[in-house]
Design a protein around this ligand. Structure first.
Ligand SMILES: [Fe+2]
Length: 238
């Protein structure tokens, strides 16, 4: 028997938070299917740190496959169509059990990649966190350089495929963490602020086995204006 309709309590504080972030992380077409977000820059915009061929394959093949697989997974479940991916990932235990693993993996792949492209920037030019985020990083990690060192260490240490994150907890604190496969911090109740995709497809063409060099290079690409603004918006909501 099919599971009853999902009802997401949008009045809950946590859900409201996720809806705040959804405009940049989720998206549906007129048939209520999730669509592949356009890259916010050209394939070669992240050169020399991430090469154009990697960005092209990563977005047009890998990211696109997650979008297609997610839509296929939920195709027989109209109660999920049109629901924001971030809301679904936050409430995975309410997803019908027969598609829960697919939604976790494929939906996570959609959200994580939407977010990854969003927090990178072709025009970083040595920018750093600003405003409240800069102050919070200093408070939690003593300095930007120590934060950078800790997050890099976590990213380099992910065993196999996964992601490294800076997240915002419900108590307002910052946390560095990693997730395996396509798992997302949303499912653990935390809000992503920054991420590093450490699946080999994110760097292997240019760096081969040298993940450490890819992680070192990506610090030149973070869109700190977007990340700092996102932090300031989210911290007011909790
Ligand atoms: Fe990826």
């Amino acid at each position: 028997m099919k599971t009853s309709l999902l009802v997401f309590p949008t009045s809950l504080k946590g859900i409201t938070l996720y809806n705040n972030c959804s405009s940049s992380c989720c998206g549906h077409n007129k048939d209520n299917e999730v669509t592949l977000h356009k890259l916010p820059y050209a394939y070669d915009a992240l050169e020399p740190y991430i090469d154009a061929e990697t960005v092209s394959i990563h977005h047009d093949k890998h990211h696109a496959t997650y979008v297609n697989n997610f839509n296929n997974a939920i195709s027989g479940f109209p109660e999920l169509k049109g629901e924001k991916i971030c809301t679904i990932l936050k409430e995975l235990d309410k997803v019908p059990v027969e598609i829960r693993t697919a939604v976790r993996n494929q939906g996570g792949g959609v959200f994580n990649h939407n977010f990854y492209w969003k927090i990178l920037d072709k025009d970083n030019k040595g920018a750093l966190p600003s405003g409240e985020l800069a102050q919070s990083i200093d408070k939690h990690f003593k300095s930007f350089s120590q934060f950078q060192e800790q997050l890099s260490k976590v990213a380099i240490s992910v065993f196999g495929s996964g992601w490294a994150w800076l997240t915002l907890c419900k108590n307002g604190s910052l946390q560095i963490e990693s997730t395996p496969n396509q798992d997302t911090p949303l499912s653990a109740g935390r809000l992503p602020l920054l991420t590093i995709d450490v699946w080999e497809h994110a760097y292997y063409l240019k760096y081969q086995n040298r993940r450490v060099d890819y992680v070192k290079g990506i610090w030149n690409l973070f869109n700190w204006d977007f990340i700092s603004e996102r932090y300031s918006r989210l911290i007011k909501s909790i």
